[in-house]
Design a protein around this ligand. Structure first.
Ligand code: AMP
Ligand code: ZN
Length: 116
């Protein structure tokens, strides 16, 4: 737990959020500033900076984050038409919150993968 990490505080239940799903090691909640009709964030409860750090330190937990993302996508009705899973990692990707999170986005055609 990092005291000044907003997602650690959400995982600890210290900040209000739209909680969708919890498992023993993961939490899923709606993004405050949705970029698609469905935009959910999935995090491990334990703090890791980004997906690369998580995959190195705890590959099993990385798998749990993916499994929760798939569960949430199904529960949100994204199974039939598909969805995008995004892990912004570092400065060039525009990562803003340095507690690893998967963005699950869908609910409409998402357009090209990258805007240039
Ligand atoms: P990233 O640029 O990948 O680090 O994305 C961070 C995301 O976290 C953004 O989409 C924000 O809208 C979202 N966000 C930041 N604070 C909160 C919060 N308290 N609850 C829900 N989403 C948040
Ligand atoms: Zn954290």
């Amino acid at each position: 737990m990092s005291d000044n990490c907003v997602f650690c505080r959400i995982a600890a239940g210290e900040l209000p959020t739209t909680l969708l799903h919890t498992s023993p090691n993961t939490v899923a909640f709606r993004d405050l500033n949705p970029q698609a009709p469905t935009h959910v964030l999935v995090i491990p409860k334990r703090h890791h900076t980004d997906v690369a750090a998580l995959a190195t330190a705890d590959p099993a937990l990385a798998g749990e984050v993916l499994a929760t993302a798939a569960t949430v996508a199904q529960a949100e009705g994204l199974g039939a038409n598909g969805f995008r899973l995004i892990f912004n990692t570092g400065r060039y990707a525009g990562q803003e919150v340095f507690h690893v999170h998967a963005h699950v986005v869908g609910g409409a055609p998402l357009g090209p993968m990258l805007v240039r």
